[in-house]
Design a binder for this molecule. Sequence first.
Ligand code: FHN
Length: 676
Amino acid sequence: MTWEATTPTLVFMIMTTALATILICTTPPAGFKALFNGVDLSGWQGIVDDPIKRQAMPAEELARRQAAADISMRQHWSAKDGILHFDGKGESLCTTEDFGSVDLWCDWRIEKGGDSGIYLRGAPQVQIWDDASGSGGLFNNKIGAATPLERADLPVGEWNRFHIIVRLDRVTVWLNDRLVVDDVPLENYWDRALPLFASGAIELQSHGTPLGFKDIFVRRLGQAQSGESAASLKEQERDERMEWFRGARFGMFIHWGLYSVAAGEWQGSQVGGAGEWIMLSGQIQPADYSTLLSKFNPVRFDADEWVRLAKCAGQQYIVITSKHHDGFCLWDTKETQWSVMHTPFARDILKELAAACARQGMRLCFYHSIMDWTHPDYLPRREWDARPVGDASMERYSRHMKAQLSELLGGGYGDIGIAWFDGEWEGTWTHELGLDLAAHVRSVAPNIIINNRVDKGRSGMQGLDATGEWAGDYGTPEQEVPASGIPGIDWETCMTMNGTWGYKTSDTNWKNAPALIQGLADIASKGGNFLLNVGPQGDGLIPRASVDRLMEIGRWMETNGESIHGTSASPLGQLEFGRCTSKELPQGNTRLYLHIFDWPTDSNHQLILPSLRNEVIGARLLGETAFAVKVARTDDCHGWTFSLPEQAPDDVDSVLMVDIAGTPATDSVSAGAPTG
Ligand code: FHN
C-alpha cells in the first residue's frame, strides 16, 4: 500500500516539525530569558569593530557596516536543531541587546584545536579552547587572574556548560559545575585605563574554528547604580530571592524516611532519642538497619493530601527531607541504590510531592543532610560502626552530594525554594567545603535560598553567627525563638509538635494548638518564619495529633492569616497583652496587628497602648465586624486606649488591626501596660 501524503497529513507533518523545533529549545530556568531561541538568529547581530570605535562611528557609517556584518553573520552562523552553529569562516556575533550585571548560562562545544571566547559587555573574554590550561579563564586579563583555577573541560566534541556571574566588573565562572574563576575583575581590553564598560553586548567570538552553542540563558542581576559596590548588588540579589520567604512566614517541615517505619522501636524495644535518630541511638549497624528497606511501603501516602493539609493550616512552603542523616533517599537518585526506588514502594516520592505542590501552588523545598551515617565515603564513622573505613574520602563524598543536589535542584523537581542543609556540625565538614557547596547549589539553581547550615555559621541552637562571614541566606534557630529575633538577619525557627522530628509512637508529648498559634504570632512579631514539623507514619499518613493541630491553626489563620503572611516585626516594645506584627500601607502609613492573648478584664474591656505617638486612622477586630472599636488618647497623650467587646473573638489570639498615620513613633518605655 502506497502511503499518499494528503493535505491533512502534510499539515500534521508541518505542525509536528514546528512543535518538535519548539520543544528542542529547552525553556530557561525561572527568571531567565533565552538569548538563543533554538530556531533562528533573532536577537543576534554581526560584529562591527570594537565598542570604542563603534561609539565614535558616524551613525550612517555604523548602519552601513552593521548591515554588511549581519549579511556575513547569516552566511557563517546558523541555527539547527536547537544548536547555534559557526562554520569557522566568518566573524563573531553578539546580542542586539546590551547587558550589565548578569547571571549567564551557556553550553558550548568545540572541535579539536577549537578556539573561541565569550565577551562580556563587549570585552574579551571568558576563554574557550582546546588547551591543556583549560577553558573559563579571563584570558586577556593583565593584572587579575587570567587562567582557570582548574581544568574542567570535557573531552573535545562534548557539550560543556558555563555558568558566569558578572556583578559590576567582577566575574565568577563555573565550568561543568566546577569553580574556575572566583570573583575576579574583568579588565577593559579595549582601553586598560578604563574600568570594564557598565554594560554592553554579549559576544560569541569567532577564532577560525567551527563552534556550537546552545541553551544560552541570561538573568539581569540587581542593576548597578554608578559607584555601587559589589556587596550592595549581592544584597539586592539576596533581597530579591528572600522576598517570598519573608512574605510566607509559616511553613511545614516534613521528616519522613525508613526511621518512620521503625517509629522509635528496634527489635521489639523502645529506643531513646528522636525517631529519626534511631540508627544512632540504637547503634544499629548499617547492614541491620537496611532490613527496613523491605518494610517501606507507605501505601497510604497521598502527596495532594499532604499539600492540602499544609495549605489549610496557612503554611506557604514545605521543606521535606530528601535525605536525612541515615542517607536514605526519597527520590529516584542515580547516585545510590539506598533509596525509595529499592523498596516495595518504588515510587519517586519527591516527584509526586513536587507535582502536588505545582498543582496547588505550594512552594517545595528540600532538607538535605550533609552528615551521612551510611555512605561509604562519609567520615567520621560512628565509633560502633563495624564497617571498614577503607579508602573513604570526604572529597569523593562531597562530589557525590553535589551530584545528588544537581538531581534535586537542577529543574527535575521544579523550582525548589530552599536548599535546607543540616548535619553540618562534624569536624570533617569545613567552612571551605560549605562555601564550595553553596557555590555549587547557586550554580545549579541561581534563585534558590540556602540556609546557614550549608556552612559552619550556626552557633548552636540559637541559629546564626551574625558575623556575616558564613555562606547561607538566613539563620535557623531550632526548638527555640530568639528573645528579640536576630536583628538585621532573616531567620526561621524550626520546631516539632511533640518531642521528635521523625515519627515515634511513644512520643505523645504534644504541644497544644493554642501554644502553636501564639508561637506563630510570637515568631512573626520578631520578624521570623515558623517551620512547624510533621513526622508522617510508616504507612504514609500524617499522625492524627498533627492533623488536628494543623486544622486548628488553619481555623485561626482563616480569620487572622493577614496578621501573619506578609508582615514584618513589631515596631513596638514589649507588650504585656500579647504581640504585634506590622505591614506598610500606601502613603507611608502603617498597619499594626495587635495579637491579644490576654483579653482585657476591666469593666470597659479597655486595651491600652501607652506609647504610640502616631494618629490612629482606624481600628477593628479581625473576625468581629459588628463591633465598633472606640479609640481615645491616653490622658498623657503618649498612647491610645481601645474599648473592646466583652467577649474576645478568639480565645487564643484575638487580633486588633490598627491603622496609624506614618511610621510608628513610640517612647523608649515599653508599651502595653495591662489594664485594670
Ligand atoms: O539532627 C537533626 C534532627 O534530626 C532534625 O533534622 C533537626 C531539624 O532541624 N536538625 C538536626 C538537629 O539540629
